[in-house]
Design a protein around this ligand. Structure first.
Ligand SMILES: *[C@@H]1O[C@H](CO)[C@@H](O)[C@H](O)[C@H]1NC(C)=O
Ligand SMILES: *[C@@H]1O[C@H](CO)[C@@H](O)[C@H](O)[C@H]1NC(C)=O
Ligand SMILES: *[C@@H]1O[C@H](CO)[C@@H](O)[C@H](O)[C@H]1NC(C)=O
Ligand SMILES: *[C@@H]1O[C@H](CO)[C@@H](O)[C@H](O)[C@H]1NC(C)=O
Ligand SMILES: *[C@@H]1O[C@H](CO)[C@@H](O)[C@H](O)[C@H]1NC(C)=O
Length: 484
């Protein structure tokens, strides 16, 4: 037997929720200290909302409600004590939802939701002679449920704080299906328990939402301020300034600079002015991450200062090149003093590579010294050193959630730094150096760069169809998102 009735519909609370949000008038503006900006477009916010709702529902169920006990006057029978216990919401279905952003926070509303509950019932009453009792179970369906909340987002002490400004749940309609029981019981339940069941559902769901957002906040507060990129470097993911909310986007800014894992020190000073994160050419992308070129320069500084930039070349495709016989004309004295000796080359990066981003692409300038060594009777003897300035094009790409890149040598110039034994013919050396740089150095660097550096901002999500864009001094990743 199924009975149902309508509650007084009052969706006023949804209206109130929306009123808390004043439409944002401020335009995106960036804090001085942020070097990475993450912007969720309205499409991204919608996507995040759907994921959030799914996660929230599955983490909240099954949801146990407190028992409800009532004495009900039943015609011809008299006073009956009815107890509903083990009231459990085991499924929630959302018909539609929307999210609205305003300057102070965001409103999320799910409407037309349906919840399925199970419960046990029992009653007892006394006649003159005996106590009569019965029990059974019932299923309840709550329909036309509206759930909404307003949260504010704030930066506090470098982390993101989320707190509930308002939260509400409103149940419109309840239907109860009893298994067993007398027919007067149905009417009794409908009359006396519909309201309390509705309220119990409303309270339980509101409470769960507040708890859930509280937990989310705790998790955000406990996030480390540094994200380990590898065992050498970490990225400072301290939030700078409040998120900027507009009707169509939410923008977060984090410091974003690389630091050494052990000392957590940033090697040099960076750009402190304002910069405008670039705008995606495709407005239908969910997320846009803008990285100021300082991020890359802090990374090269860290890797440079931790000394991960030294190579010895003792093998070559054309091994004869690593013998003084091949250097007869390039470096005559070398061959004269060390005829037919094997050689090695030591490539040292002499200062942090400089990354320059322009609207057409990325330029990386790498300064290296190539030291020429002779292997003579078991000794490694440095004989000359050449300084090179390499200009490289760099093409970053997104590999799953990592930013990988690939260097291509565009041109280089070089000069002799020192020589212990006479002159080096730089013109003749040029093609040899070119070969070594192209076939040893660049591939070696690329091997590392292509492994990629994890982007810390997207835990639980992955990029989908990312595109890379450039502007003066910044790079943008415009992408859709998918749940991992
Ligand atoms: C309470 O309800 C749950 C979910 O419907 C059910 O699995 C459980 O057996 C019930 N417990 C009692 C004591 O009836
Ligand atoms: C990390 O970034 C914050 C915000 O810009 C800054 O105050 C802090 O000094 C940075 N931490 C380190 C170790 O540089
Ligand atoms: C020089 O290098 C070649 C090739 O690696 C090797 O076969 C040869 O033994 C080396 N000569 C000496 C003297 O070490
Ligand atoms: C990179 O550097 C080269 C040479 O220094 C220069 O010609 C070029 O315009 C720069 N920019 C790009 C994106 O290649
Ligand atoms: C390369 O050329 C530039 C510009 O002429 C010069 O400043 C620089 O010192 C040169 N670098 C090397 C390593 O020769």
């Amino acid at each position: 037997m199924v009975m149902s009735s309508e509650f007084m519909g009052h969706t006023v609370f949804l209206l109130l929720l929306s009123l808390l949000l004043v439409p944002a008038s401020t335009h995106l503006q960036s804090n001085d200290e942020g070097h990475v900006s993450v912007l969720l477009s309205s499409k991204g916010i919608d996507f995040a909302k759907d994921v959030l709702i799914d996660k929230a529902i599955s983490s909240m169920l099954p949801l146990q409600l407190p028992d409800i006990e009532k004495s009900v006057k039943i015609p011809l029978i008299g006073k009956v004590k009815i107890v509903l216990s083990n009231i459990t919401i085991y499924s929630v279905e959302i018909a539609s939802s929307y999210v609205e952003t305003g300057e102070t926070g965001l409103v999320l509303v799910a409407s037309g939701a349906t919840a399925d509950l199970s419960m046990n019932w029992k009653y007892s009453y006394s006649t003159w002679i005996v106590v009569i009792s019965d029990h059974g179970d019932a299923s309840v369906q709550v329909k036309g449920m509206d759930v909404g909340f307003t949260v504010a987002l704030k930066e506090e002490g470098g982390t993101l704080k989320v707190y509930v400004l308002d939260c509400g749940c409103h149940v419109k309609d309840i239907s109860i299906t009893l298994n067993g029981g007398a027919s007067w019981l149905y009417q009794g339940l409908i009359d006396a328990f519909e309201g309390p069941i509705g309220s119990a559902v409303e309270n339980a769901i509101s409470k769960k939402i507040k708890e859930g957002i509280g937990k989310l906040d705790t998790r955000l507060q406990s996030l480390p301020k540094h994200f380990a990129i590898d065992h050498t470097a970490s990225m400072n993911i301290t939030f700078v300034d409040n998120p900027v909310l507009s009707t169509s986007s939410i923008e977060f800014e984090i410091n974003g600079l690389f630091a050494e894992v052990d000392t957590v020190s940033v090697p040099i000073n960076y750009y402190e002015g304002t910069w405008a994160p670039l705008a995606c050419k495709h407005p239908d992308k969910m997320i846009e991450i803008s990285l100021h070129e300082d991020v890359f320069n802090s990374a090269t500084s860290v890797y440079f200062s931790t000394g991960h930039m030294l190579w010895t070349v003792d093998k070559f495709v054309d091994q004869s090149l690593l013998n003084t016989a091949s250097w007869k004309f390039i470096y005559p004295q070398l061959y004269t003093q060390y005829p037919d000796d094997n050689m090695t080359l030591t490539i040292t990066i002499t200062s942090a590579p400089i990354v320059k981003i322009e609207d057409v692409g990325i330029n990386v300038t790498i300064y290296v010294d190539v030291t020429v060594n002779v292997l003579d009777a078991g000794d490694v003897i440095p004989v000359a050193c050449v300084s090179l300035e390499l200009s490289n094009g760099c093409s970053p790409q997104i590999l799953s959630n990592k930013l990988a890149s690939d260097l291509k040598l565009k041109n280089f110039n070089m000069s002799l730094k020192w020589s212990k034994i006479g002159n080096v013919h730089m013109q003749l050396l040029q093609p040899v150096m070119h070969d070594i740089i192209e076939s040893v150095f660049i591939p070696y660097v690329n091997l590392h760069l292509m492994r990629g550096y994890a982007l810390p901002i997207l835990h639980g999500f992955t990029f989908k169809n990312p595109e890379i864009q450039y502007a003066e001094a910044e790079m943008g990743i415009c992408s859709n998102l998918a749940v991992t």
